[in-house]
Ligand binder design. Sequence first.
Ligand code: NAI
Length: 735
Amino acid sequence: MSAPLRFDGKVVLVTGAGNGLGKQYALDFAERGASVVVNDLGGNFKGEGSGTRAADLVVNEIKAKGGKAVANYNSVEEGGKLVQTALENFGRIDVVVNNAGILRDRSFARISDTDWDLIQKVHLRGAFQVSRAAWPHMKKQNYGRVINVSSAAGIYGNFGQANYSAAKLGVLGLNNTLSIEGRKNNIKCNTIAPMAGSRMTETVMPADVVALLKPEYVSPLVLYLSHEDCEESGSLFEVGAGWIGKLRWERTKGAVLLSKNTSMTPEAVRDNWDAITDFKDSTAPSSTQESSAMMMGILRDVEAQSKPASRSVSSSSGPDVEAAKKYKPKPISFTYSARDVMLYALGVGSSTRATDYLNFLYEGAEDFGVLPSFAVIPAQMGMENVVTNGIPGMQINPAKILHGEQYVELYKPLPTSGTLTSQVSIADVLDKGSGAVILINIDTFDEKKEKLCFNQFNIFAVGYGNFGGSRNSEAAKAPGKMPSRKPDSFLVETTSVDQAALYRLSGDRNPLHIDPSFAAMGGFDKPILHGLCSFGYATRHVLKQYGNNDVTKVKAIKVRFAKPVLPGQTIHTDMWKEGNRVMFQCKVAESGNVCLSGGYVDFHAAPAASASASAPQASALKSDVIFEELGRRAKGDPAMVKKINSVFQFNITQGGKTAAVWTTDMKTPGGAIYRGKPKQGKADCTLTISDDNFGDMVTGKLNGQQAFMKGLLKVQGNLMLAQKLGELFQAKANL
Ligand code: NAI
């Protein structure tokens, strides 16, 4: 048998713990090691009066058994005071059980304002006040458990309990959202609808039943849901008489009554009543996104008139691929100016720190041009419309789609301003088992109606596969295969912590890239960079390395999105030249994870091996690129330069011989990083390391201290100063 569930070190607040169920929870938590705040106002079951006796008796009982407990006599409406008691006595708050409750039963017509208000205040407002007071502490410690207490009267309704039913179902609504908002901070929130004998139920149940329905039969569920081992959240349970069951919403398959040429009428509702209410083939939606996605799909269906009216909707069946392929929504128009072009360039990392920025960041520059990857921007809205509004014959859940791949083809260089028109079509829908791949083709035309560019968005709809469709399609633009040899060249660039905030201004406003709570819902610790932003970085790298930043040379770009990049992380692009094509793959330097795979840029003519003077040649040193990047980083951070305030000389070796000497002079205001020995005086510290090991150390793959111990890194001069270099490398280079 596995270990018993203990609560040692945990602080539990049980409201209304002076009687009935709350008392049982408090005793059981204390018995299993928790420090318990026993809250009780001490009034009667109608909410009249107050006193300290109820809470004190429970605290005394816990203490008599050797447990830890403290009393609190405030009403739950003063939630802050309850939580304060926990903090003052035990220093933290881990579990809140919103149990306190009263009854003021009356048939609906006889409910007074007081009957109504008092019930809402104790049950719903009380749960809100106490949970809100505990919430910041739970968030900070990245741990919390909240149990909310509803009732069968709320779930099903009960004669004479309109006030109580409303409050108790309100508690469930509160819990539903708390569980979503608590997700990213490991705060799990569940609701129970108990049934037990207590002074509350003795008014409505026979005495023998009250005696049989023991609170001990409810408490184990509350303890399990409150334990750190329990991952359940956002759920509702009925519990009592030794039985526990989980509840969920169920929705009939329903019927669509709307059609393009017929308005929806009450008669149509009457005539379709059986289909509307038939639970055969029902579904169990568990999120608002899931709930609304199907309706958005219906609206799109109706607009396209691809199906007759009054048909049933199935959210479980697969896509109607032929209907989807016939879909031809209205063309989308996109107007932009040079300002948008420059904003995009900044969004994908163009910076005045580089020597070649004018092309993309200054409309007055002779070669001012549009980055070829900008081609996704006019098409973006078309793709978003398809995903959010739906495709005829398909019911996609927008919350369950991933951007898998991107292909861009350019027929002419993109103009620096203008109004473009994009036409969306569905090229194919592929069955990949675990999901469907939707190939969304978008042709974009210029003002003369000439085709300017083509995009293919490869969208993966999770859980929408296994519909018997084909796995592959001739319409799909396949990713490239990286050669097995070492990369011919590479470029490394650190993104800004504000990169996603900047990139989204070019059109993709998905909150996943800016709002931490949305990112948490997607399972990310913080907002992630847009895949198409990394795509822009990679395009810039290849264009710089092999196209001399000449945007007219690029014919096509392909990429697969493998793993996310976080704003502030470093993108390392490896490149291989293969005729007219440059294959590429991007890694996150800090983690080593491949973020973009299968990438290629096709040039109209075979590109030079490396046209960019400042970029490394195939045989160039990794450290050259790194020092260039470090130089840019130093320029942007005078405080860091001041903090390091030392001169380092790096002897970079290759094949045992010194291949390059670099100086990082952090004594000069603003910092100076250049090839060669220090221009003034001597270095405070000289480091000798191979080019490969240096690259590994800066990206965190090689620990500086271990490199030193193993003799891979030699340090002369002030050894202690080497510690300061970690500041400059910013990554895990633990020098
Ligand atoms: P109970 O009356 O035995 O215990 C409730 C406790 O809450 C009392 O000690 C009372 O003094 C305290 N309380 C009332 N107002 C308060 C306030 N403003 N601030 C602090 N404490 C306050 O009732 P029982 O049966 O143990 O109920 C516990 C919870 O379970 C309640 O929320 C109730 O609505 C719910 N419930 C109980 C069912 C049952 O079968 N016993 C059925 C469905 C729900």
